[in-house]
Design a protein around this ligand. Structure first.
Ligand SMILES: [Cu+2]
Length: 144
């Protein structure tokens, strides 16, 4: 009887260890994906999100793709001295040092959805990362 109790105790310990390992927050997480609604004639729409790097190493967001877009590019918005807003591709990607996060937001860095094909609801975007596995996140189309 005593041996059986010990065996059950070991089993319980094993069971509780597994979820703890699976629930580890270490990794790259993407939250709050959204995109402003644009009319169907629009050649592009911007996608915003927050990305966090909880790994021990650097991670770089290098690009993205979506079935809802003809193609996607990582862009940086700049406003020049004359107040003119321009966008340029981030050729080297968006670097995330270990333990840092970045918010892609209006007026700053964004993912450009070129030739958008979805204009309401939501769509999935796959983020391509250097230093971590690709991540699929859901982008909600909403007026903020
Ligand atoms: Cu852009």
């Amino acid at each position: 009887m005593r041996a059986r109790r010990v065996a059950l105790g070991l089993l319980a310990a094993a069971v509780t260890l597994v979820p703890a390992a699976c629930n580890s927050s270490r990794g790259v997480t993407v939250t709050d994906g959204w995109s402003r609604p644009v009319p169907p004639v629009s050649p592009a729409s911007a996608v915003f999100l927050e990305i966090s790097n909880d790994l021990d190493g650097r991670v770089t967001l290098t690009g993205a793709s979506s079935e809802a877009c003809g193609s996607m590019e990582l862009h940086q918005t700049n406003i020049d001295d004359a107040g003119v807003m321009t966008m340029r591709p981030l050729a080297d990607g968006l670097l995330l040092e270990p333990g840092t996060s970045a918010r892609l937001a209006p007026g700053g860095t964004h993912l450009m959805c070129l030739e958008p094909e979805v204009f309401e609801g939501s769509f999935d975007v796959e983020l391509v990362l250097d230093g971590a596995a690709a991540i699929v996140t859901t982008v909600t189309i909403e007026d903020r």
